[in-house]
Design a protein around this ligand. Structure first.
Ligand code: ADP
Ligand code: MG
Length: 716
């Protein structure tokens, strides 16, 4: 079978897969089960803990979690016993500490409950010690230079604020313990600890500001709802595309004549095969206690979205990892390849993760909800101002937090936010904020100022007026901000931790001004005045904005190496240290790991592209040349000339890639990253363009790599 025939077989496979459906879940009487009846069935959630733990143990656990204190051993032992019994009843044979190393994905090492009693008989055993801590042989995880090999082992520690759950395997089950991953000296080696620390700092500062505002609270949680965008295509295509298999993205491929220009896919009816897949994903997520809420077609063909209901940031981060994991796993069962990459296809939209973010008190008050009375209005204004100030002062860090090789192809491209961080408030709020800045209401008492400004009308109007601007990387959407620049494959932990750190800093500044004698409105005005340059409501996709932003002095890093450089500055080190999120050393390790990851990704893409060009594209061009040479007539002659010309361009571009790759400098990761970005990435793009031009000149049956139109439009 020729390669091109393999492509045809893939199309046949994709169009003839049987629909996979699940039997409807019913209760004992045969009535369909409601989602609320199965939700969290595999989670050791608070309610289950209350039922299964002795009351005094439950109370001590709640208290520990509330205070963020350390669990003592007897409590841990009792919880371990209860969760073991529950896990065994549910068919689990193993447990694992599940953690988030700096690779951006998750890691787990399974141990069975199997043990021996005094008489050497097999029993199941699980102690508080095993629950609290585990020591994976974790020397292969990136540490960004924080560990030397002689002390390479780290340990994982249970995060008691994120519930344990049972993971289904093909024929067994595992109890999963959400954990943080630390080095021997307590240094954070993962994505979770910084997030937890940032939530703690934000809470402390917000509580102080609330006290000054006369609206006391004991605790403030960061709430997050990450919308997840993704592509699914038939896995028969992916299997024939080394680039999708190895780099998650098509490194070549001529755009289909119809991309998303008709915008007929967005919110269109979901194809049955995809719907069947989504339903199974949701069934799994419900059992795991993930608040999956919304599903719809996205803008690009074969692009979709899953959005959850928001929850505490650390749980949301765990859940988002579960969402990505479940999407991958279930896609495979349905014959799909799950593409979580930020830009799997050139010429159509990329995928992001819109991180909806707010702050909520222990009384359940959303601090970014404009509120219904003057006190709530004032609180809203203070937290809004603090947020904008934090984002303004630390926009470079926020830009760095979302930097990745994949996101470089998305930011500033089709329907993706630009690589400049700005804040969108919408017309009504902007008018109000401008009023405050201009001093129009400076001399009024806060209550009166609120009325003058029409703040009490915000809820209705803001809800209605916002979210119209899809081009902003950080948009106010009625009662929360939406951080839209986060990449679809990224962990939300680091961007959220950075945002928390920035806002903590903004809150602390308001507190400092007020402690120095300013009243609230004066402090708000100072914050809004200073941060005015970061506010922008216009078209973020336009070149005028790029020019304007640079005039305003907003940082604009066009690519990952220059964005990550922001992490290697005193401003960043001070911020993370002040907000108690990362020590200098820990921050440097993030900088290092991310650069290293960038370098590896460019390397992989270079290798993949060379391979596909050498083993697919060039043979196809040669075959095409052979087929038309010696054939008489103008048509064949012109085709031969065109294909030979395209071949020459391709060959030059191919050689240029070898040349730049041969000259990668020796030296630190940063120097290598800069070189790869400046020299190799453009050379790869040029080679791709040459290949895409040739693709349109080679007879379809001779082209062996699945084409865009098949992958995007022919999926059953
Ligand atoms: P859209 O932004 O698409 O119009 P919604 O506003 O309903 O839709 O919500 C989008 C996402 O924002 C959902 O995941 C939702 O749970 C989340 N969200 C809503 N309120 C908050 C909040 N206070 N904090 C964090 N996320 C929130
Ligand atoms: Mg969306």
């Amino acid at each position: 079978m020729s390669e091109a025939n393999a492509r045809r077989v893939a199309v046949q496979t994709a169009t003839s897969r049987p629909l996979r459906t699940l039997p409807r879940q019913v209760d004992a009487e045969g009535r369909p089960l409601r989602v609320s009846q199965v939700f969290g069935s595999r989670v050791f959630h608070v309610e289950r803990m209350r039922q299964r733990l002795p009351p005094e143990i439950f109370a001590r656990w709640s208290e520990t979690v509330e205070k963020g204190a350390r669990l003592d051993r007897p409590v841990a032992d009792a919880i371990a016993h209860a969760v073991k019994e529950w896990a065994l009843e549910n068919g689990a044979s193993h447990f694992c500490h599940w953690f988030h190393p700096m690779t951006g994905s998750t890691a787990e090492k399974h141990d069975s409950f199997l043990w021996f009693d005094g008489a050497g008989r097999p029993v199941e055993k699980f102690t508080g010690g095993m629950l609290l801590q585990s020591e994976p042989d974790a020397s292969s995880f990136p540490s960004g230079g924080m560990r030397s090999t002689f002390e390479a082992r780290g340990y994982t520690a249970w995060d008691p604020t994120s519930p344990m759950f049972i993971m289904d395997g093909p024929s067994g089950r595992t109890l999963v313990i959400p954990s943080a991953f630390l080095g021997y000296h307590g240094e954070s080696l993962d994505e979770k600890a910084p997030l937890l620390r940032s939530m703690e700092s934000l809470s402390k500062s917000a509580v102080k500001l609330l006290a000054l505002l006369g609206s006391p609270a004991a605790r403030v949680t960061t709430t997050v709802g990450p919308e997840q965008e993704y592509f699914v295509i038939d896995k028969a295509y992916a299997a024939l595309r080394p680039d999708l298999l190895l780099s998650g993205r098509t490194v070549l491929g001529a755009p289909a004549p119809k991309g998303q220009s008709l915008e007929d896919h967005y919110f269109g009816s979901i194809p049955p095969r995809v719907l069947a897949f989504m339903e199974e994903v949701e069934a799994e997520l419900y059992a795991l206690g993930v608040w999956a809420k919304t599903r719809h077609n996205e803008v690009a063909p074969s692009q979709f979205e899953l959005a959850p209901i928001f929850t505490e940031a650390n749980v949301a981060a765990d859940h988002n990892q579960l969402v990505m994991q479940t999407l991958r796993k279930v896609a495979d069962r349905h014959g799909f390849a799950m593409l979580l990459h930020e830009k799997p296809f050139a010429g159509v939209n990329g995928s992001g993760k819109h991180v909806n973010w707010s702050m909520s008190t222990n009384h359940g008050d959303n601090l970014l909800d404009p509120g219904h009375n003057p006190a709530e209005n004032l609180r809203f204004l203070a937290f809004l101002a603090a947020t904008i100030l934090g984002v303004y002062r630390h926009s470079a860090v926020l830009r760095a937090s979302i930097a990745s090789h994949g996101n470089d192809f998305r930011l500033g491209a089709n329907e993706a936010p630009p690589a400049i961080i700005s804040v969108f408030l919408g017309g009504f709020l902007t008018e109000m904020v401008d009023g405050i800045v201009s001093g129009a209401v400076a001399n009024l008492a806060p209550g009166q100022a609120m009325i003058e400004l029409g703040v009490s009308r915000i809820p209705a109007i803001a809800q209605d007026n916002t979210d119209r601007n899809r081009t902003s990387p950080f948009a106010f959407t009625g009662n929360k901000f939406e951080f839209r620049a986060v990449g679809s494959s990224a962990s939300i932990s680091f961007p959220t931790a950075c945002l928390n750190a920035a806002v903590t800093d903004g809150i602390e500044q308001l507190i400092a001004w007020m402690n120095a004698g300013d009243d609230v409105m004066t402090a708000v005005r100072k914050a809004l005045t200073e941060s005015a340059p970061v506010r922008f409501d216009g078209n973020g996709y336009s070149q005028e904005w790029v020019d304007e932003a640079e005039r305003r002095g907003l940082p604009h890093a066009r690519n990952t190496p220059s964005a990550l450089a922001f992490l290697n500055t005193d401003a960043a080190r001070d911020l993370f240290e002040r907000a108690n999120v990362l020590s200098h050393e820990e921050l440097h390790s993030r900088y290092d790991v991310r650069l290293e990851l960038y370098n590896k990704k460019v390397d992989i893409e270079a290798e993949v592209l060379r391979e596909v060009i050498d083993t697919h594209v060039i043979p196809a061009i040669i075959a095409e040349t052979q087929a038309v040479s010696g054939v008489s007539g103008t048509l064949a002659r012109e085709r031969l000339m065109a294909i030979e010309e395209a071949g020459d361009v391709l060959l030059d571009a191919r050689k240029a890639v070898d040349t730049v790759l041969a000259a990668v400098p020796e030296g630190g990761v940063a120097a290598v990253a800069e070189y790869l970005c400046a020299e190799v990435v453009p050379a790869l793009a040029k080679l791709r363009a040459a290949s895409d031009a040739a693709e349109n000149l080679v007879a379809d049956h001779r082209w062996s790599v699945p084409k865009y139109r098949e992958m995007l439009f022919v999926n059953g």
